[in-house]
Design a protein around this ligand. Structure first.
Ligand code: 13P
Ligand code: SF4
Length: 303
């Protein structure tokens, strides 16, 4: 048996023994997505984490995702197989920054992208993901303005879909922000028949060139349903694995091969085996912060 197959067999055995569920984000390495019980975008994985009856959640993604699962499941063991898998954007705003925003904009709803720490979520009115940001902003029927943190690009995208004034924090995802309109134009020249699908974390001038703007799972749905044969994909390259696996008769090209999130590539099969054996590294959120963050996450899940 190859060492990969042995690790996969160990995971299958331990998963049963520990009553564990393995969740994986769409950006994870292909092999991790293939052995996971469930894959999805941030919103789907939050819902799955809330609804699971497993005792242990092995979260293959980055820290804020495992933390969201821990916020929703205080009685379950949530493990993140690589403890250093973080998110550069989540680290661009602190709870102190949030309190300053509230002082400067008293009463204004603060809509916080789930790509944020539990402490930041705890200071928020509601959370959102790239899949539901427009619905979340629209849910504030009376308010004339909202403050969106930490992603400036997601905020500018949301501003296109609302009459409200959208204030925003200057954070960004380095993987998506790096993509320029010029790079998109060059890719379109190389693949003139392809439709260009972009993630809302891309810059506004990139979104201007997109045929479709959607979350990672939105891309999977669109590719399946579309009659187009070729797609230029404007997000982290991990999504190419399920796109190609699920649509063998269609062609998918990364708009830029540089769109790789190194944090999303840290978890290995051996890490998952170790996590299942030891139930570490565990992700826990102090109860006072968890309860405040839970309100913002639950409010989002109800919208
Ligand atoms: P999705 O919510 O579309 O899965 O995106 C998560 C993310 O981290 C994007 O960079
Ligand atoms: Fe964070 Fe960007 Fe990586 Fe997503 S792709 S986890 S937003 S750094």
């Amino acid at each position: 048996m190859s060492s990969t197959n042995r690790l996969i067999a160990d995971i299958a055995k331990l998963r049963k023994e520990k009553k564990a569920v393995i969740l994986a984000h769409n950006y994870q390495p292909g092999i991790i997505q293939d052995i996971a019980d469930l894959t999805g975008d941030s919103l789907e994985l939050s819902r799955r984490a809330r609804d699971t009856d497993a005792h242990v959640i092995v979260f293959c993604g980055v820290h804020f995702m495992a933390e969201t699962a821990a916020i929703l499941n205080p009685d379950k063991v949530v493990v993140l197989p690589s403890p250093t898998a973080g998110c550069a954007m989540a680290d661009m705003i602190t709870a102190q920054d949030m309190r300053r925003i509230r002082e400067e904009h008293p009463g204004m709803p603060i809509v916080t992208y789930v790509n944020s720490t539990a402490e930041v979520k705890a200071e928020s009115t509601v959370c959102c993901t790239s899949a539901n940001v427009n619905r979340v902003v629209a849910s504030f029927k009376e308010e004339k303005a909202v403050y969106l943190v930490p992603d400036q690009n997601l905020a500018l995208y949301a501003a296109r879909h609302t009459d409200k004034k959208v204030y925003y924090w200057n954070g960004y995802c380095p993987v998506h922000h790096r993509l320029t309109a010029e790079a998109v134009r060059r890719a379109r020249e190389s693949h003139p028949d392809a439709v260009f699908v972009a993630h809302p974390e891309c810059r506004p001038e990139v979104l201007d060139l997109a045929d479709v703007i959607t979350s990672t799972s939105g891309m999977l749905r669109f590719a399946k349903e579309s009659t187009h044969r070729a797609f230029l994909i404007g997000t982290e390259t991990g999504i190419l694995h399920p796109l190609r696996r699920d649509n063998p008769d269609k062609a998918f090209y990364p708009v830029s091969p540089q769109m790789v999130c190194s944090d999303m590539k840290k978890i290995t099969l051996a890490d998952i085996v170790r996590s299942l054996e030891t139930l570490t590294p565990r992700v826990q959120v102090p109860e006072a912060i968890r309860l405040k963050a839970l309100q913002a996450v639950e409010r989002m899940l109800q919208i």
